[in-house]
Design a protein around this ligand. Structure first.
Ligand code: 2AM
Ligand code: CA
Ligand code: CA
Ligand code: CA
Length: 260
């Protein structure tokens, strides 16, 4: 895609995010339907479903040939990365959405033949958006973001999955102890926003493709290191424990992993 096409794509999706911001904030004041999926902590609401349906309709109009991988299943069964593939996480941090009506995000990412094109992460309540891609640059709202200072783990905040930390998996307690401080936000999107805007040196969690697609694309475009903590190759269609961090924090964390 050339510069003009990327600009049009960005403007179009930012328009969708405006709609989602307005609609979702209106919906939280109304009665919500909350269902469970895999277990009693795995929530989905009518707003998750309606928002995904909105994105799927919008993507189909704008990019009819593309495949869509959405968390709530309104998209397509995507088995490979050929052609254009959109990743959609309509409400990321549904537990926060239900319990706090805050600290949740919405995320979209577009890849073409497995290559990153553009992604968007919005803190919905604050209409705070990080968006862009490798050929376009990465923006925090209207401000271009620069490659972050290469701060190490001992000098920064690390953001971790609460469950992995609590159940002492993948060396998360050791990583938390080695950091200047640690945070648990309950939303991958909100966590990525903190890393991408330089407020934390890294984020690690067990995630599904729609949880990490946008953060991986934006992180790599900005010069962060992204990988699976278990050293498995990044395959955009499978779950895994994904780490995004400054180059220094990444090697600090992987050194801890090796010593376990
Ligand atoms: P979600 O709200 O879109 O489901 C904390 O729960 C973070 O991990 C959220 O970003 C959440 O995304 C994600 N997550 C991934 N898999 C999950 C699962 N099985 N149950 C709950 N949250 C999950
Ligand atoms: Ca979910
Ligand atoms: Ca999610
Ligand atoms: Ca979700």
């Amino acid at each position: 895609m050339n510069e003009a096409q990327l600009k049009k794509l960005d403007q179009t999706v930012l328009g969708w995010l405006d709609t989602v911001h307005d609609t979702v904030l209106k919906r939280v004041t109304q009665r919500m339907r909350v269902d469970t999926k895999a277990g009693h902590r795995d929530l989905v609401t009518n707003v998750d479903r309606e928002t995904e349906q909105f994105y799927v309709d919008a993507i189909r109009r704008f990019d009819p040939k593309a495949k869509i991988l959405g968390e709530e299943g309104f998209g397509d069964a995507v088995n490979d990365m050929a052609g254009r593939v959109w990743f959609v996480d309509p409400i990321d941090g549904t537990m926060n959405f239900v319990k706090q009506q805050a600290e949740f995000a919405t995320m979209l990412a577009l890849y073409e033949d497995g290559q990153p094109v553009m992604a968007w992460i919005m803190d919905v309540v604050n209409h705070d958006i990080v968006h862009g891609g490798p050929a376009y640059g990465v923006y925090h709202n209207d401000t271009p973001l620069a490659t972050p200072k290469d701060t190490g783990l001992a000098d920064g905040l690390i953001i971790l999955s609460g469950a992995r930390l609590l159940y002492e998996q993948f060396g998360f307690p050791e990583v938390a102890k080695a950091a200047l401080g640690f945070r648990v936000y309950g939303s991958a999107g909100i966590s990525y926003l903190h890393v991408l805007t330089g407020k934390a040196v890294g984020y690690a969690s067990n995630m599904k493709p729609w949880d990490y697609a946008a953060g991986t694309l934006l992180g790599e475009a900005l010069g962060f290191k992204v990988g699976k903590i278990d050293d498995q190759p990044m395959n955009m269609l499978i779950s895994g424990t994904v780490l995004v961090a400054t180059q220094q924090a990444y090697s600090d964390i992987m050194a801890i992993e090796r010593d376990l």
